[in-house]
Design a protein around this ligand. Structure first.
Ligand code: BGC
Length: 913
């Protein structure tokens, strides 16, 4: 047995930890089966002296065990040692460390400093200080933050490898500082420079594209703690002795891009000005930082019909382009960004709206590497100006996001599904940049609560999002008020709006997801008031019937079932039905959270409220004979999935849902709210086959439709790009918007069958559910106990299942087509058995729609050749949504032979993406 992955607050040997009672987690790894921890002991020492000895604890807990020793001191290194025993008497040990930060903002002895440049100066200020070091240095730590976004260099070298510090929080109440290790950077004579960009603090932001959301002057606070080998210490800190000048970054805005003039040099230094900003608001960095996590090479140079020189990186991503070249002195290179080319192959930056996203570099004649500092873009393509000849090797796309550990994998026998999975992951990468954003490219990039809420379950499979969401939830709680509830975006720069269902419910649903995924009780403790506060807010807005039926709602945002021609974006489902469904759901979760926290009185109170809401919901939204007020997919799905409808109504509602789906030729019509639950509701109610049919649809509207249109990220709308190649032009059309990527959770939970039976996956259920059209799935989830794997193949009358269960957990294995689950401990398991089931499915059949078939070039070719009159028929568009069988019912006999030939040919073509 080995002990691995010792973590302190989810991190490995963290630096600058500002948590008074950090929690320790570890993983047991063993070749043996059924390994269970029976006891542990944790020692924490400071300079060899024990500050906490947990004693030998008879316990199988190995996740998030709270420090309970002497009060931690600031800027102090602690060593951690964990020993564990298993029930066979095996013993293992692991060692790690953590170093505290300043522990509180008021421990900063530095002063905030700013500049007095004229208001129209766009250049980023560079704050500078020269200092000498005379003795031998042992260690150097820098503690820093800024109002704006900052980068520090010492002697020309960037300190750390992170971007967009101090991150985006509710600066009115909370601003993070960062801790850097800079042991190797100091020389005898040192120049320290801190450049500050406008960032979220002062920059142009929000749909109105206005600046100064938090203040009109950037500012910085930093201190360098130098510990000498002789034990003495010195602190260099921002104060009135620093100077300031304008630097080579001539302008920088997140939406607008950055201009770097490497010929520019300003030798005029001016004195800095003091700035007052409450140090009580300063907190240690709570989540992982933003870093460049991957670099992608340029794939192709395209000269568009309009003559633009465009580079394709092959992937829609968030970040910026690094340019390496030797230009002429003064030569200006301009890089514009776009997610897509239009159907004629021209550069199409319209999805960016007012975010012009232009980076400009002025060369100095030397060999140079240009990299923006304080901006990021959402793009797959760049248009380059200012270069005679383009050498693809000079361009590299840098992918930027909060560097969370990737914890999930998923592959299947279906390449389109695999591309969908990749798209989901890339949309998470692209939109988890310090906060969960709706989109990374247009003049928005805001922490929309609804989007984060619907995607949280999938996000938590893909990556370890515990600290990321914990930070953001702290901001959410800090922005929440009794009067307005929970804002629609966090951090809130849109001003006061009344809370709205499914959006503001992020306050309750996301802490619950984190608790369920990581067994993290602290997140419930910390968010408890916020969770209750949101439910209480709704209660205070209910009418005498106990339901919430007034005020603004987003409804089933972007649902496709709105009335023809309507510009409403809220879908057809009654907005208040949606609101009350979430009211009930959140109330139920608050009651469960109360029990977890031993708040039994609250537990009971919210449970009673939940029962009352359910009753009122049934009275208001379901007739006595079981007919839903909104017989929409979303209406039915919410009633079923949130378990709101009385048992006696469920069957009819399920039937209504089935009929609705059939009326749409097995297509979805759901928006943001219904989509995450549509397939789970079908799978949980004996309609898993139908869920599979919807999932594998390839024509509009469906998940795979976008994949077949070449999407490399999830689109905001089912019809972001229309079947004819036109774009949705409603003015809101992002091609990197993770909400519909919420299907990922169903892929992990149903297709791979990985589920938690106890929070944190201490007890696991593996229950793969087949669908026709997928003959194998292999997925894994690296839980806090270790890797869980579920893989199956069903081919050639054989079923093969491979499962891995991590040590210190137990699992129920529901093998496909076997009666009873197996109860197992940790280890790897392989099963092989006979079956009659054939999951091979022809992609195309007489049930395919004409459109599905015409979307395939092979079909077009055959039909144009053999039935040109049909293809040129002016009414053909009206038959697009008819199935081939329906068309054949009224078509001449030879059409059948033709379509059989087409379908046959299509089923023989290999899918390529
Ligand atoms: C955002 C969404 C968001 C919505 C709510 C949009 O502009 O991009 O995803 O949830 O507004 O109004």
């Amino acid at each position: 047995m080995e002990l691995k992955d010792l973590r302190v607050e989810y991190r490995e040997n963290p630096l600058g930890l500002d948590i008074k009672k950090p929690r320790f987690s570890w993983k047991l790894v063993s070749e043996e089966k059924n390994v269970m921890q029976t006891a542990y002991r944790i020692f924490v020492t400071k300079e060899g002296k024990t500050v906490w000895d947990s004693g030998e604890q008879d316990s199988s807990s190995s996740v998030l065990i709270e420090y309970n020793g002497l009060e931690l001191e600031p800027r102090t290194l602690y060593q951690v040692q964990v020993e564990v025993w298993d029930y066979k008497g095996n013993w293992a040990i692991a060692k790690g460390s953590f170093e505290t930060g300043l522990l509180k903002g008021t421990n900063f002895s530095a002063d905030w400093i700013t500049h007095d440049f004229p208001a129209d100066e766009t250049a980023c200020p560079v704050f500078t200080k020269e200092f000498k070091v005379k003795k031998e240095v042992e260690k150097v730590r820098i503690y820093a933050t800024a109002l704006g976004v900052y980068e520090i260099t010492i002697n020309g070298k960037k300190v750390g490898d992170t971007y967009f510090a101090p991150g985006w929080t509710n600066y009115h109440q909370r601003i993070q500082y960062q801790t850097y290790q800079a042991d190797e950077l100091l020389q005898e004579k040192n120049t320290m420079e801190i450049t500050v960009g406008n960032g979220w603090y002062k920059g142009i932001f929000g749909f109105t594209c206005t600046p100064n959301h938090y203040g009109d002057r950037v500012s910085v606070l930093a201190e360098v703690h130098i510990t000498y080998v002789d034990g003495t210490m010195e602190i260099v800190k921002t104060d009135e002795s620093w100077n300031v000048t304008t630097g080579k970054i001539r302008s920088s805005e997140i939406y607008m891009g950055e201009t770097i003039d490497s010929c520019y040099k300003n030798e005029n230094f001016s004195s800095v000005l003091p700035m007052s900003f409450d140090k009580e608001r300063i907190i240690g960095q709570e989540s992982e930082p933003v870093r460049i996590t991957t670099k992608l090479k340029a794939k192709e140079l395209i000269v568009t019909p309009k003559g633009e020189k465009v580079i394709d990186f092959g992937q829609n991503l968030t970040g910026f382009v690094e340019l390496k070249l030797t230009g002429k002195t003064g030569q200006i290179i301009t890089i514009r960004h776009a997610e897509v080319l239009d159907k004629d192959g021209n550069f199409y930056p319209e999805t960016l709206r007012q975010a012009i996203s232009i980076d400009q570099f002025v060369c100095n004649g030397e060999e140079q590497t240009f990299l923006p500092h304080f901006t990021f873009h959402g793009f797959r393509y760049i248009a380059v100006e200012g270069l005679e000849e383009i050498n693809l090797e000079n361009f590299t796309a840098c992918v930027l996001h909060t560097q969370m550990e990737e914890t999930g994998t998923f592959t299947s026998s279906n390449p389109l599904v695999n591309q969908l999975y990749s798209n989901i992951l890339w949309s998470q990468r692209g939109n988890f940049l310090d906060i969960p954003t709706d989109c990374p490219q247009r003049d928005e990039r805001l922490g929309w609560t609804g989007d984060a809420q619907v995607f949280a379950g999938t996000a938590a499979f893909n990556m370890n999002v515990a600290s990321f969401f914990t930070k953001w939830l702290h901001d959410l709680a800090s922005e929440q008020t009794e009067e307005f509830g929970v804002p629609h975006v966090i951090p809130n720069i849109l001003g006061n709006q009344d809370g709205a269902a499914a959006w503001s419910d992020a306050a309750v649903i996301i802490p619950w997801v984190i608790y369920q995924t990581y067994g993290d009780v602290r997140v419930l403790e910390e968010q408890y008031e916020s969770m209750k506060g949101w439910v209480d807010y709704i209660s205070a807005h209910c009418g005498t019937n106990g339901l919430w039926q007034k005020g603004f709602q987003y409804g089933d945002w972007l649902g496709l079932d709105k009335e023809e021609g309507s510009t409403e974006r809220t879908g057809a489902t009654d907005k208040y039905l949606v609101a009350n469904a979430f009211y009930a759901y959140s109330t139920n979760l608050v009651s469960k959270a109360a029990y977890v926290l031993d708040e039994h009185e609250d537990g009971q109170k919210y449970d009673q409220l939940y029962q009352k809401i359910k009753k009122a919901f049934n009275e208001e939204y379901i007739t006595a004979s079981g007919r839903m007020v909104s017989e929409t997919q979303t209406g039915c799905v919410l009633a079923l999935y949130f378990d709101l409808a009385d048992v006696k109504y469920r069957e009819r509602i399920l039937k209504t849902l089935e009929i609705n789906i059939a009326n749409h030729k097995n297509h979805l019509t759901t928006g943001f709210v219904g989509t995450p639950y549509l397939l789970p509701a079908l799978s949980d109610n004996n309609l898993h086959d139908l869920a599979g049919t919807l999932f594998l649809k390839e024509d509009y509207p469906s998940w795979l439709y976008a994949v077949k249109k070449g999407a490399t990220t999830i689109w905001e709308r089912w019809n972001s790009i229309l079947p004819n190649g036109d774009f949705d032009t409603s003015g809101m059309n992002s091609l990197n918007h993770y909400a519909y990527g919420s299907i990922g959770e169903w892929m992990y939970r149903k297709l791979a069958g990985i589920n938690q039976l106890e929070p944190g996956y201490k007890k696991i259920s593996i229950k793969p559910q087949f669908i026709k059209g997928i003959t194998s799935v292999e997925a894994s989830f690296n839980s806090v106990y270790g890797e869980i794997k579920s893989a199956w193949i069903c081919r050639n009358q054989k079923i093969l299942v491979d499962v891995v269960i991590p040590a210190n957990t137990t699992a129920l294995l529901y093998l496909p087509e076997k009666e009873n689950p197996l109860e197992v401990g940790s280890g790897s398991y392989h099963f092989e058995y006979e079956t009659e089931t054939n999951l091979e499915r022809a992609r195309f059949s007489m049930d395919s729609t004409l459109k599905e078939i015409l979307d395939e070039p092979v079909a077009l070719q055959i039909l144009n050749q053999y039935a040109p009159e049909m293809m040129n028929h002016p009414m053909i568009e009206f038959a697009y949504q008819l199935s081939i069988s329906e068309i054949l019912a009224t078509a001449p006999g030879e059409t059948e032979t033709l379509f059989k030939m087409v379908i046959d040919a299509l089923n023989r073509t290999v899918i390529t993406i």
